[in-house]
Design a protein around this ligand. Structure first.
Ligand SMILES: CCCCCCCC/C=C\CCCCCCCC(=O)SCCNC(=O)CCNC(=O)[C@H](O)C(C)(C)COP(=O)(O)OP(=O)(O)OC[C@H]1O[C@@H](n2cnc3c(N)ncnc32)[C@H](O)[C@@H]1OP(=O)(O)O
Length: 194
């Protein structure tokens, strides 16, 4: 059962997404965009530590293991954590477009409960682009990459300038990010125009 709303349906003038020529090759890990990111950062003790891998076209795959820190009901993943895993996987797609974008809307279907220790196999794809709006879709399967679908999502990301973060982020983290040569390099790479 999927009840996708019109807000995440591409408009008639949307175009197919174009993979950036410098996007990582299919099979390559994308790496974290920020060490403290709850979704992908290696420095967040209870984060998802999700690792996304480039696929063909504008697609990615990712895996996320549900840990005890991610529970909602006893022994089961919290729905918000599963939505975070979908959000992070969908967000990582924008790296293949070399576009900085944030989630405007995320519509999630929770199809099956996901027990602790389960590996969630995620796949995501950008389906269309209309100006600053990026439309994408994702599924998360349990047990195996071709296992039963447990969660799925449709999303609208909106392209932003790096100023979005500089103007809105807490100054101490922004300062630290700007002093981290690695973060600056990642951000510059994002800013390259196609
Ligand atoms: C060196 C130091 C610096 C550090 C650099 C770091 C680089 C990091 C790199 C990468 C980070 C990636 C992070 C990934 C993490 C996973 C993804 C997330 O969880 S992101 C967090 C959650 N999301 C938000 O916090 C957004 C909060 N919302 C906003 O800021 C605004 O609402 C925003 C930007 C989404 C839109 O605001 P507007 O003023 O720019 O633009 P308007 O005109 O409102 O919208 C543009 C178009 O989009 C539609 N739109 C916007 N929101 C919509 C919605 N919710 N539903 C439907 N349509 C929507 C509008 O109707 C409009 O469409 P029409 O052009 O008129 O056709």
């Amino acid at each position: 059962m999927s009840r996708t709303s019109a807000a995440v349906e591409p408009p008639a003038d949307a175009v197919r997404p174009v993979r950036h020529p410098d996007a990582p090759a299919p099979g390559e890990l994308l790496g974290a965009h920020y060490g403290e990111c709850f979704g992908c950062g290696g420095e967040q003790a209870h984060g998802l530590h999700l690792q996304a891998r480039a696929g063909e076209g504008v697609t990615v795959t990712a895996e996320f293991t549900v840990r005890p820190a991610h529970q909602g009901a006893p022994g089961l993943a919290h729905g918000g954590v599963l939505a975070s895993a979908l959000d992070e996987t969908l967000g990582s797609l924008n790296w293949l477009l070399r576009t900085i974008a944030v989630t405007g809307r995320l519509e999630t279907d929770f199809v099956r409960p996901v027990p602790v220790d389960t590996v969630l196999y995620l796949e995501a794809e950008v389906t269309a682009v209309a100006g600053r709006k990026i439309y994408s879709t994702a599924t998360g399967r349990i047990g195996a990459p071709d296992g039963p679908v447990a969660v799925r999502a449709d999303a609208l990301f909106v392209e932003v300038k790096v100023d979005h973060f500089i103007d809105n982020g807490r100054p101490e983290e922004i300062r630290a990010a700007m002093n981290d040569p690695d973060q600056v390099r990642r951000t510059r790479a994002f800013e390259v125009n196609p």
